[in-house]
Ligand binder design. Structure first.
Ligand SMILES: O=C(O)C(=O)[C@@H](O)CO
Ligand code: MG
Length: 259
């Protein structure tokens, strides 16, 4: 049975961020993820996790200067020092939060720029991270984002992402399989899951097209959850969706997975 993690950036927005840990635990979650921890001291976040008996399972490296169009730095040529500073910062937080996986954000590639220079920079920075994280048993994930959500992001297709993972060639680097983006770009999700078997170590879910609860829209998530069980996927499934309304009112789909 999948181990579902509440995404505290997208869910439980009825309450301030630090109160979402309690809300997630009360709703029956044992695991949480969120995009970035850096606005808070790691000790404060760890205290929340401990207070509510939660495990943090994923967060991202910094997105950089979002107001100026950045969405990750790790692929931007000549910004290696900034990217590696962000990777080091993520490692400190991962250790303090005892978080097993960090998503390294790549970058938006401006249309006039040379994509292969971005890919090469990304590969080198991810290798740097892989080697720093390895002694601590921390995994790295790389994620494709669909153009309707993040136009010109370096990684669009799951297969672009797999190609970079293979090029990086480190045993703690995996695909982050977000089925919402995968359906938008790649489709054929059951076959995709088979093809990526063993290559992904974090999953995220949301309905398509509206990115709501996984109980509507064009993806049959019950089928996908069974598929994940069938292939022996044992890592986490992040609920990275925008609730249609009240978060708890939308959790009917989750009832049968609580234990
Ligand atoms: O947008 C998504 O999907 C994510 O998982 C974010 O963490 C990164 O854009
Ligand atoms: Mg995602």
């Amino acid at each position: 049975m999948p181990k579902f993690a509440a995404n505290l950036t997208m869910m439980f927005n009825e309450v301030p961020f630090l109160d979402r840990f309690e809300a997630a635990a009360k709703a029956g979650f044992k695991y949480v993820e969120y995009l970035w921890p850096y606005d808070y001291p790691a000790e404060e976040l760890k205290a929340k996790l401990d207070q509510y008996g939660l495990k943090q399972v994923l967060f991202n490296t910094s997105a950089g200067d979002v107001a100026n169009g950045e969405w990750g730095l790790a692929a931007i040529p000549n910004r290696e020092a900034d990217a590696r500073r962000d990777i080091d910062q993520a490692l400190e937080y991962a250790l303090a939060l005892q978080c097993p996986t960090v998503h390294i954000m790549a970058a938006v590639v401006p249309e006039r720029e040379n994509r292969s220079a971005y890919e090469n920079t990304f590969v080198e920075n991810v290798r740097y991270a892989a080697e720093k994280f390895k002694p601590h048993g921390i995994n790295i994930c790389l994620e494709a984002l669909s153009p309707e959500v993040k136009p010109n992001y370096l990684l669009k297709s799951q297969f672009d992402t797999l190609a970079i993972v293979e090029k990086v060639d480190r045993d703690n680097v995996f695909v982050q399989l977000d089925y919402f983006h995968a359906q938008n770009v790649d489709g054929n999700l059951a076959r995709l899951t088979d093809k990526l078997k063993g290559k992904f170590s974090h999953v995220q879910i949301a309905s398509v097209p509206d990115r709501h609860e996984p109980d509507e829209g064009e993806i049959n998530y019950q089928y996908i959850f069974d598929k994940l069980d069938e292939i022996g996927y044992d890592d986490y499934v992040g609920c990275e969706y925008k609730p249609r309304g009240d978060t708890v009112a939308g959790l009917g789909w989750f009832e049968k997975y609580k234990n």
